[in-house]
Each structure stands twice: as structure tokens, then as C-alpha cells.
Design a protein around this ligand. Sequence first.
Ligand SMILES: Cc1cc2nc3c(=O)[nH]c(=O)nc-3n(C[C@H](O)[C@H](O)[C@H](O)COP(=O)(O)O)c2cc1C
Length: 377
Amino acid sequence: MSAPPEEGAGEAGPFAAAWAQRARVAARPTDPGLLLVLAPMDGVTDHVYRDLLTSLDGNASGISLCVSEFVRVTRERVQPHVLRRACPELDAGGRTRAGVEVFVQLLGGQPEPMAQSAALAAELGAPGIDINFGCPAKTVNDHDGGASILRTPCRIEAIVGAVRKAVPAAIPVTVKVRLGWDGAEHLPEIARGAEAGGAAWLTVHARTRLQLYKPPVDWVALGRARQAVRIPVVANGDINTAGDLQRCAAQSGCHAFMIGRGSMGRPWLFRQLRGWEGPHAPDFDPLRYRALLHDYAARLLTAGATELAALGKLKQWLRLGAPAFAELDALFQAIKGVPRLPAALHHLDTAPPPAPGPRPRRESASRSAGSASAPAP
Ligand SMILES: Cc1cc2nc3c(=O)[nH]c(=O)nc-3n(C[C@H](O)[C@H](O)[C@H](O)COP(=O)(O)O)c2cc1C
């Protein structure tokens, strides 16, 4: 991968400091070094995916922190097995086997059950609690959860505050939002609500709820959230390359970042961003990628997935990763209609490279993620 542009890196400021120390894995946005969080993606970044990604290259993945899939909290405190199912790492000190912390993600609008569920997660060993106010799924929003809370920013402080009070002070409570419901004008108020409730930091996906996953992201708006509060703001949305990260930093002023779908196109992106991949490492290495997909399938089966479920996850990975490289798109096309896992794995090894020339236009992965499965927050 070519060296990222040094835009902004020479200037004084938190991003320049973080970038200068990017080889250092910050565990919190306030730590020295660069914070790179693996985004929660329901149905994608489950514990198998988290384990695989954080263990890359001998546990030197470059990932600072993970967040579990969401746990929906309605009227009552959730049961321990529900928390453990979303975050099996709770039984291992709240960390992946590579030692990366996994925050438990809670989604709900009622302060009391949210607080009780957070307290239980903390008791079970969660190293942090992340509150989801960004989920755009209609079913969730219709039941007072996820991004629907952004329509009434005044509620944010109470929900975050109740959770903050319920867990020990040493355990960070963090908040993830979108820019707003249908515009970004309330973002400063949303950010102030999270801060007043006691959030340690705020992650903002730079799209509105109405946008779902459609372009464009508005990284500039993140700067307005940052200026409204003293807590760190973690930037999220369409950071898929080192150049994207540099542009996002320049436009938002943020110095900590969360990466989701980019990790499926470039599982080694976190390493690339830290300069650990070396200046001559190819941006896409087909053999390395295919070996990783084989490893993923094997881990899914070991974790108890059926062959059909593992096949579905493999296809999902390639579908979400396909926008990054024509090679991944070609692999996805090669296996998307294949009904059996062994045959799909065989195709991965034998699929011809993509034909030269422009790629056919297809619905982008981000659009399909937004419009597809209801739980995709
Ligand atoms: C399939 C899918 C599932 C997601 N699930 C969650 C979730 O459970 N909680 C959450 O806060 N965000 C969720 N997100 C949003 C991502 O965390 C992230 O904000 C979004 O994908 C933008 O970042 P990216 O462009 O780096 O992917 C999901 C996104 C996708 C595509």
C-alpha cells in the first residue's frame, strides 16, 4: 500500500499527535496513539469475526477496541444469557482471545431497564458499555429504540445518565449516534446530551437516519459535534482507506476513528493505517485474502454454525467487501449462487481473476446493508 498522504499530519493538533504515534494502539481516545475501533455490525461482527480480525498477524491486528452486536432492552432488565450470547467474550474477561476489549452494546429508550442491563453487563465483566442511538431499522425505531431517540435529543441525557450511574465509574459508558433523524441541525444538542449524561466519548456515524447507508457521508458535520462538547468524538462512516481517514480527519477535526464495512474489503486496514504493513505490501493480496476466508469458514464451523449458515456469512462478507476490489466482486459473483459450502470454498480457490475493464454497476453494498435485514442498525 502506498504511504498515505501527509495532509494535516504536520500541523499541530490532536490528529497530528495521534497520527505521529499511529503505530501505538490507543485503547481510549484520550490515550497516546491512534484509536481505531472495529464498528459493531449486527449479523456481521459477531464473536467469530471479532476473534478472527483481532488475531490477524499474530494478534497484531491494529484494532483498538471492539463493540458487541446489539442487545435490545425493552421493558425489563435483559437476562444474563442474552448478554453472553451477544458477547461470549464476557466469559473471557470481556476481551477477544487476542486481548482486545469488547464493549457490550445496548439498544433501548427506557432509562431504568437500560441501567439495570448495563449494571448486569458490568457485573458479568463488560469492560465498557456502548449505547446505540443510531439503529435505523424500522422495527426498532417503531419501538422507541436506536435512531428514533435522535428525534427527541432531550431524552439522551436521562438514558445515558441512568446507565452511567448504574455501572462502576471505571467502566466507560459510550454513545453511538447518527447525525440526526433527517438532518444534522440537532447534532450539537445530541452531543451535549450524551456528554451531560456522562458519556466517556461519542461516536458519530456521519449520516442521518433517513439516509440509511446511502451516500454522501458528512464528515464536516462531525466537527460541529466535536466543537459542542469536551468529550472526544470518534468519527465513523465510509473510512475505507488511509486517504479516507486523512480526509475525514481534515474535515472533522477528529483524531479517533471507527471502521465497519471497510474491514471486510481490507481486513488488514487497521494494520495499514498504523504503518505495519510496510510500504511495498500490496493493497490487495488474493492469496492472503482467500486463506483468511478459509480460516473464517473453519472458525464458523468450529463455533457451531451449520454449513449453510457459514456459507451465508461468507457470501455476506464478500458482498460487503466487494465495493473495495474488483477481485472481491468477482469472488462474490463466483459463489453467490453456489448452494454448498465445500463448493463455494473450492470456487474461492479456482475463480478466475476479474475481467479487465469497468466493473458492471450493481447496487452498492452500503445500500443493500441499509435496506436489507431489519436488524441492521
Ligand atoms: C450490516 C450492518 C449492521 C450494523 N449493525 C450495527 C449495530 O448493531 N450497532 C451500531 O451501532 N451500528 C451498526 N451498524 C452501523 C456501523 O456500525 C457503522 O456505523 C456504519 O456501517 C458506517 O460505518 P462504515 O462506513 O465504516 O461501515 C451496522 C452496519 C451494517 C452495515
